[in-house]
Design a protein. Structure first.
Length: 278
């Protein structure tokens, strides 16, 4: 009997069984970090793009979380200023994934399977992941609380045939979120899911300049739920483990989230409130 979605979500919200190693991508010519399981050959991998005015260090626990579940995860640390180049970060994201595939990682006991790779990102980085995926074949793409980019990521989403996970917060179609537009334009199968009561900035860890100014802030529950959604989605599409199929199904109900039909009108009222425990 397959585990219930609530049980799987609770399981994946916690760290996995693997000990995690950290490396410096600068040694391969790309500023950034890489987190891996302690050992393993032909592992899945994901390249992760940061949000505006953030960096890889603001996602340390999220990146470690994915690695603890057996996924190599690398994040470029470029374009961190107030006027970033989204295309520049997309180029660096593709280069980061190429490093993961082409370089033997860790103490020679870690390698990546070239056809088990994905792009993911948060905020601005979500749109960057879409721009990168429009120019490189991957097995999956995850856009977490996507924010507008230049050029517009939704204009490139139609080129993506890989499965997509689009995660949004209470603001699902505003000046600061293009989640609905991405879902409407996506070329392949995809799921648009809102995390109940979450804010776009909640996934970012630690203190940021914008947080000090009172704009957004870290939300532990948002991080917990989003990590479970992302981990399950990637494990299913990158390892073909049917145990996690529920995280990729368009009609699956998962705790503390709401499935959204991008073609239907809605209000934000259903997504507001305090996040309960998983």
């Amino acid at each position: 009997m397959a585990p219930k979605p609530k049980t799987l979500a609770r399981e994946l919200s916690k760290r996995g069984p693997h000990r995690v190693l950290r490396g410096d991508l600068a040694l391969a010519g790309q500023p950034g970090v890489v987190y891996t399981p302690e050992s393993g050959f032909n592992l899945p991998a994901v390249a992760f793009a940061h949000s505006w005015m953030a960096g890889a260090d603001h996602y340390r626990k999220t990146l470690e979380h994915l690695a603890s579940w057996g996924i190599v995860v690398a994040a470029p640390n470029s374009e961190r200023g107030p006027v970033p180049s989204h295309l520049g970060l997309a180029t660096d994201l593709r280069a980061t994934l190429d490093i993961c595939v082409g370089v033997r990682l860790g103490p020679g006991q870690i390698s990546v399977q070239p056809d088990r790779v994905a792009f993911a990102g948060h905020g601005m980085g979500a749109g960057v992941a879409v721009l990168a995926a429009a120019q490189r074949d991957v097995s999956a793409v995850a856009a977490l609380f996507p924010a507008p980019t230049a050029p517009k990521a939704e204009k490139y989403a139609s080129k993506i045939t890989a499965p997509g996970l689009i995660v949004a917060g209470a603001d699902i179609d505003t000046m600061n979120s293009n989640a609905k537009a991405l879902a409407e334009a996506w070329g392949g199968e995809h799921v648009l899911r809102a995390v109940n009561g979450a804010k776009e900035s909640g996934l970012t860890e630690g203190r940021r300049l914008l947080g000090a100014l009172g704009i957004g802030g870290s939300e532990r529950k948002t991080q917990q739920i989003t990590r479970a959604l992302l981990t399950g989605f990637l494990l299913y599409h990158l390892t073909e483990d049917k145990k996690y199929e529920v995280f990729a199904k368009e009609d699956a109900e998962l705790p503390h989230t709401t499935l959204v039909d991008p073609h239907e009108e809605h209000t934000d009222a259903g997504f507001e409130g305090v996040l309960p425990h998983i």
